[in-house]
Design a protein around this ligand. Structure first.
Ligand code: SF4
Ligand code: SF4
Ligand code: SF4
Length: 166
């Protein structure tokens, strides 16, 4: 009789534990797995934090990918190579790079006759594609520029525009 009571108690406790675990959003094991997945995705991304993927940086994009909430083809600076690596990592099909919202063949151009050398664009550029020093003319290193446009808004004299890459 006692052993029957113990058995019922153990089964009840087990059932309660399962209920509690499933009522939580995620178990610690699932959270850890997700974190590993996010870290693996982040290693594939270029880490320019440009926002071209429509997320506020590489980590939010990696988190959305890990949760299957976005496509693998949104990272424009990473290009086709990153799409391929993400496809392998996530076990999904390669897709053409998503270019509908943006012309990917553009770079920034500074009108050097207007530039006042305030350095604000340099601070905004995630890939160090702008050369210049305080109170001196600034210019763009085209081969580094990803066309993310993050330097345009901070410029107080509106002397940065986007042009076709040559
Ligand atoms: S587009 Fe690519 S490099 Fe830019 S923030 Fe998104 S994931 Fe990072
Ligand atoms: S568009 Fe501007 S901020 Fe973006 S990479 Fe080019 S120079 Fe840097
Ligand atoms: S933000 Fe504009 S004015 Fe300031 S250094 Fe850059 S290009 Fe020149």
């Amino acid at each position: 009789m006692l052993s029957l009571f113990i058995a019922i108690t153990v089964i009840s406790l087990f059932a309660i534990s399962i209920a509690i675990l499933s009522s939580n959003n995620e178990s610690p094991i699932i959270e850890k797995t997700n974190q590993n997945k996010i870290e693996a995705i982040e290693k594939v991304l270029p880490q320019t934090q440009c926002g071209d993927c429509s997320f506020n940086g590489c980590q939010p994009y990696a988190e959305a990918l890990a949760q299957n909430k976005t496509d693998i083809n949104r990272c424009l600076p990473g290009g086709d190579e990153t799409v391929k690596e993400l496809a392998v990592l996530l076990g999904t099909k390669i897709k053409p790079l998503y270019k509908e919202s943006k012309d990917t063949n553009i770079v920034a151009l500074i009108d050097e006759s207007i530039c006042i050398g305030c350095v604000k664009c340099i601070s905004a550029c995630p890939v160090d594609a702008i050369l210049g020093a305080p109170k001196q003319m600034h210019s763009i290193i085209n081969q580094y520029c990803t066309g993310c446009e993050l330097c345009i808004a901070p410029c107080p004299v509106d002397c940065i525009s986007m042009v076709k890459a040559s």
